[in-house]
Design a protein around this ligand. Structure first.
Ligand code: HEM
Length: 427
């Protein structure tokens, strides 16, 4: 007689079982997403995530939001706050939020909530029309110089557009604006690449250690810069911030610290994001010869091409917020203090918002969330656009048509996209 195995009845309801299966599937999805292979094409993963609903549970706690309208609602609505220093302290000493780099970044502008955010944002000033016009001359000169070097390399065979142009333009632009010695730019750029992990979605311990080290170096560099600048005040933004903070803050050490946080964050915010946008735009341009023809015939489409680049594959794919009070997001209850991750990269492909969302359409000129929305809307958006428009126009004018030599490699992350190379040759 064969043995009979009796299965004890599973006490969990089918809803519980479904939740466990979804949780496991989401964990597996994120482990694939954070690899270089996953980053090469994250959009099928996002489609899987969206299939679970516009708001779904994050396996590590909190919620994932993939719907465009819901992401925009969260960014515009004052109920949702930045994970500020108080919130980070509440998460406990053994969490990523207690890492020194996390504590340091929590004192910069994008991690502040009102009323502190309002005060610091006002002190930062803006990239108004006349500032952008002034910076335009410098950006055009830098682009010309970089394209000269790039053309020379191209004559010898293939050239890495990312290393020679896209990574160089943002650091040269911000470095010159802040009046930082050009000998320091390569080191500062490397430190910003390392520091980004503390702002990543799921950093591991060694990545956090790299961020901690980078942040210590950056702190020493910028505090020293502020002290030196006091000795030779001029019209540069650091001097202007010193004047502003001397009026707001009677204690000079505290004023210096406030200026340090502004200078630090401008550097962090301006380098990798802009470099990724420039490389991604160049990739879209070279991978389809029709796009090059279109822009050569209609250079007025350059701004629309850039907005579509920012929608189609934004430099930042995740923006996080915490609930300031118990609330409901769509049909999901969110408790005060719980985090939501706005999956901007996914929201930008939401078919409810963008018709035919997986098609790159240079004429679409879309609205998007690449620069966020609401009170934290990116301060540097006009500068990023200036760099991108100048570069694309000069590429079309000055370069021979280019072809991709190989698919670019991507950094293994989730929130901050990064192309490690963009190897091209003459078409
Ligand atoms: C393509 C390039 C860029 C992208 C995609 C980008 C993206 C963003 C995003 C998503 C935020 C908001 C984060 C949040 O809501 O929590 C932000 C904030 C910010 N960005 Fe940018 N950024 C870019 C370039 C720049 C540049 C060039 C600068 C400075 C020169 C800059 C300075 C800032 C600052 C100061 C904030 C904080 C604003 C606040 O919290 O009030 N960004 N950026």
């Amino acid at each position: 007689m064969g043995s009979v195995t009796t299965q004890s009845p599973d006490p969990r309801t089918s809803t519980d079982r479904r939740a466990t299966t979804d949780r496991r599937a989401t964990i597996s999805l994120f482990s694939r997403l954070r690899t270089a292979e996953g980053q090469a094409d994250p959009f099928p993963f996002y489609a899987e995530l969206r299939a679970r609903g516009s708001v779904s549970p994050a396996p590590w706690g909190g919620h994932l939001v993939t719907g465009y309208a819901t992401c925009e609602h969260v960014l515009r609505n004052g109920v949702w706050l930045e994970p500020d220093s108080k919130w980070r302290e509440q998460q406990g000493a053994r969490t990523r939020w207690s890492a020194p780099s996390s504590r340091e970044i929590s004192r910069t502008l994008p991690a502040l909530n009102p009323p502190e955010h309002t005060r610091v944002r006002r002190s930062a000033g803006t990239f108004d029309r006349s500032t952008i016009d002034r910076m335009g001359h410098q950006v055009r000169r830098t682009v010309d110089d970089l394209l000269d070097v790039f053309r020379e390399r191209l004559e010898a065979g293939e050239a890495d557009f990312s290393a020679l142009v896209a990574e160089e333009l943002p650091v040269a632009t911000i470095g010159a604006w802040l009046e930082l010695p050009s000998a320091d730019w390569p080191r500062l750029r490397e430190l910003t690449h390392d520091q980004v992990f503390t702002q990543e979605l799921l950093p591991n311990a060694s990545q956090l250690a790299r961020s901690d080290f980078a942040m210590t170096e950056l702190r020493a560099y910028f505090l020293q810069l502020v002290r030196e600048r006091r000795g030779r005040m001029g019209d540069d933004p650091v001097s202007q911030w010193i004047r502003t903070w001397d009026e707001l803050e009677p204690d000079q050490d505290k004023a210096d610290e406030a200026v340090y946080f502004l200078a630090l964050f401008v550097l962090l915010a301006a380098l990798e994001t802009t470099a990724t946008m420039l490389s991604t735009a160049a990739l879209h341009l070279v991978e389809d010869p029709d796009r090059w023809t279109l822009l050569a015939q209609q250079p007025d489409l350059v701004p629309s091409f850039i907005e579509e680049t920012l929608r189609y594959d934004a430099p930042t794919h995740v923006i996080s917020r915490v609930a300031g009070q118990d609330t409901v997001l769509e049909d999901t209850q969110v408790k005060a203090g719980e985090m939501v991750h706005l999956m901007v990269g996914a929201a930008h492909r939401d078919p409810a918002r963008f018709p035919d969302p997986d098609r790159f359409d240079p004429r679409r000129n879309p609205n998007h969330l690449a620069f966020s929305w609401g009170i934290h809307y990116c301060l540097g958006a006009p500068l990023a656009r200036l760099e991108a428009h100048t570069l694309l126009r000069h590429m079309i004018d000055r370069l021979p048509r280019l072809a991709l030599v190989r698919r670019p490699e991507r950094a293994p992350r989730v929130a901050f996209r990064r192309l490690m190379n963009l190897d091209v040759t003459t078409a």
